[in-house]
Design a protein around this ligand. Structure first.
Ligand code: OGA
Ligand code: NI
Length: 405
């Protein structure tokens, strides 16, 4: 089937909209036989470059064996998770309890969905954020320019709930089973991460910051001009935590010590990465990691991501830096709610973390140089705590002189 894209006389925005309206996704575009990719997929060459010249090939994303995490190896596992979350913001886990066959079935199911006739998939194609099940190309918000070279099928489980009838039958069993394992592994990770912060094991579950989940089945078709496009450009994830399963094609990279490092596929392993909101509440102790996906000329890559975010009751309630971590270091960030990050995601698209807008407005370097600014900074920090005792967010912002953004 031919995919008609308007000619170059139109603006890029119009081209993007027109392509979106075809509802055929990137896969449809490839099937139509394009040899040159539309211009809205073309990234600046420096963003697509495989790696910097001085790449240190000995760098490897930490691999953590969860074997014995409930007994003899608990402390060891917690320490490894702390180190990886502080230094890398990403790690792979093996022996996590999810059967390799289930992971393979999930990836195969995702492939099966995306390889159905276009007419069937089109019914689920949408940019409506409120839909719990969505099929789309690129990023969910359509805002990112240049576009991602990928198609996605997303399932939103607020508070862990999704009517199974909404899941396409072709993938229903896999998604339902995979989700129940994501719940289990999510709970295990929330406990290990709590302990890695020196908190009691149920700390994260008590603040309900990972009760909801989104599962996304990504399909990265081959790209006729892989040197120009990206499966995903450099970004950080906003949610607390991401758990990813990938097939063996590779292409996912993380930025570490200013170098792009491959996240090498390991059969049966899951990749776990820290998101922006986790970085905010842990006061930069755990770091969200910048990552991207390269595109390739041959082969289709499949990945399944699971993002963990707060419960419905908490999504519009403010979270701040975890109080128990504050004796170590005064809070860098003001309180905010997760919904604010999500709004921005839909408005601007995925990109590298911009947590600086949540920082108290004076930078510590300035304050140390200037005693008056230091005093003001402390007043603002006190205001931060006063807010918890009853000031509304907007009046707090006015009172503390923080500019709403
Ligand atoms: C994402 C992402 C990586 C992958 O969905 O945020 O970074 O390998 N995915 O699919
Ligand atoms: Ni990501």
């Amino acid at each position: 089937m031919e995919v008609v894209i308007p000619n170059a006389a139109n603006s890029i925005a119009e081209e993007v909209k027109a392509f979106d309206a075809t509802k055929t996704g990137v896969k449809g575009l490839v099937e139509s036989g394009v040899t040159k990719i539309p211009r809205f997929f073309v990234h600046p060459p420096e963003d697509v470059q495989k790696s910097s010249s001085e790449t240190d090939t000995s760098l490897q994303v930490p691999i953590i064996d969860l074997e014995g995490f409930e007994s003899s190896r608990r402390l060891e596992v917690v320490n490894e998770i702390r180190k990886a979350s502080e230094e890398w913001g990403i790690f792979q886990i093996v022996n996590h309890g999810i059967p390799v066959t289930l992971l393979d079935e999930m990836l195969a199911g995702a492939k099966r969905f995306h390889e159905q006739p276009q007419e069937v998939k089109k019914e689920l194609y949408t940019r409506d954020h409120k839909k719990q099940v969505k099929f789309y190309y690129g990023s969910a918000g359509l805002t990112i320019k240049p576009s991602y070279w990928k198609d996605s099928l997303a399932f939103n489980y607020p508070d862990g709930k999704l009517d199974p009838e909404l899941i396409p039958e072709i993938i229903r069993e896999e998604i339902s089973e995979y989700f129940s394992y994501m719940k289990k592994i999510g709970k295990i990770l929330s406990e290990l991460l709590s302990e890695a912060l020196g908190l009691r094991h149920d700390y994260f579950s008590s603040i309900e910051c990972m009760e909801s989940k989104v599962i996304v089945c990504n399909y990265y078709p081959p790209c006729p001009e892989p040197g120009l496009a990206l499966g995903a450009s450099n970004h950080t994830d906003q949610a607390l935590l991401t758990i990813l399963g990938q097939d063996n094609l590779g292409g996912l990279q993380v930025l570490h010590q200013n170098q792009w490092v491959d996240v090498n596929p390991i059969q049966g392993a899951l990749t776990v990465n820290i998101g922006d909101f986790m970085q905010l509440i842990t006061n930069d102790k755990f770091r969200s990691v910048q990552h991207r996906v390269l595109s390739v000329e041959v082969g289709t890559r499949i990945s399944v991501t699971c993002f963990l975010y707060p419960s419905s009751a908490k999504i519009s309630k403010p979270y701040g830096v975890i109080k128990e971590l504050q004796p170590e270091k005064p809070p860098i960030y003001r309180e905010t709610h997760f919904a604010e990050l999500v709004e921005e995601f839909y408005a601007l698209g995925p990109r590298p973390s911009n947590l600086s807008r949540f920082k108290f407005s004076l930078r510590s370097e300035e304050s140390e140089e200037n005693p008056f600014q230091f005093f003001v900074l402390n007043c603002r920090k006190r205001a931060f705590f006063t807010q918890k005792e009853g000031l509304s967010t907007s009046s707090f912002k006015l009172w503390a002189g923080l500019t709403p953004h």
